[in-house]
Design a protein around this ligand. Structure first.
Ligand code: HEM
Length: 172
């Protein structure tokens, strides 16, 4: 979050300037390469840690009564974390970002019946454009962080309220 806030100082979310602003951060801004590097690797680590955390709660059966809602808020946290990765990937506005998002949104568009609708909502039209970049930027810095903050608050509240689950024991 902190490195993301620093990145927004120089990043410009427009098709004309996004790519150049990232190059500027990497070459001209003092420690820009470090801030972007921590943001990039931190994002990958976050996905890995969320998966490890989910596996540990699954294998320790911590999802069972009375922690079903903790698990459910966790599922949404997982989706929101992946959403952060998906929306952030487009922001450098380079070839890889453009085509990865073209493919990703195309896949979302194959959902039966509402696929076209999802595709248009994600891209802001049928084609991937500056509107898509603006949407992904808004989702990446406002909508998803707000959702994640809310979900983490409920998640942690439930953990404090219910206590950490005991390690399951074998029935004898
Ligand atoms: C941004 C993502 C997440 C954050 C920051 C987060 C944070 C936490 C923290 C600090 C705890 C208490 C310590 C612990 O038990 O390890 C906890 C517990 C728990 N989390 Fe998460 N979590 C996240 C995602 C998830 C996901 C993806 C799931 C599962 C789908 C999940 C399910 C649970 C459960 C069931 C507990 C209760 C564990 C127990 O009582 O033993 N969480 N979470």
């Amino acid at each position: 979050m902190l490195t993301g806030i620093f990145l927004t100082v120089y990043y410009v979310p427009s098709p004309d300037h996004a790519y150049d602003s990232v190059q500027y951060i990497m070459t001209d801004v003092a420690f820009g390469w470090l801030i972007r590097g921590i943001h990039h690797w931190g994002a990958s680590l976050m996905v890995i840690f969320v998966c490890i955390h989910m596996l540990r709660t699954f294998f320790m059966a911590a999802y069972k009564y009375p922690r079903e809602i903790t698990w459910l808020t966790g599922v949404f946290l997982l989706l929101a974390t992946l959403g952060m990765g998906f929306t952030g990937y487009l922001l450098p506005w380079n070839q890889r970002a453009y085509w990865a998002t073209t493919v990703g949104t195309e896949i979302a568009g194959t959902v039966p019946l509402i696929g076209d609708f999802i595709l248009r909502v994600l891209r802001g039209g049928f084609a991937l454009s500056g509107v898509t970049l603006a949407r992904f930027f808004a989702a990446h810095i406002w909508f998803l962080p707000a959702l994640i903050t809310l979900l983490i608050s409920v998640h942690i509240y439930l953990v404090i309220r219910l206590g950490i689950s005991a390690i399951p024991e074998k029935d004898t």
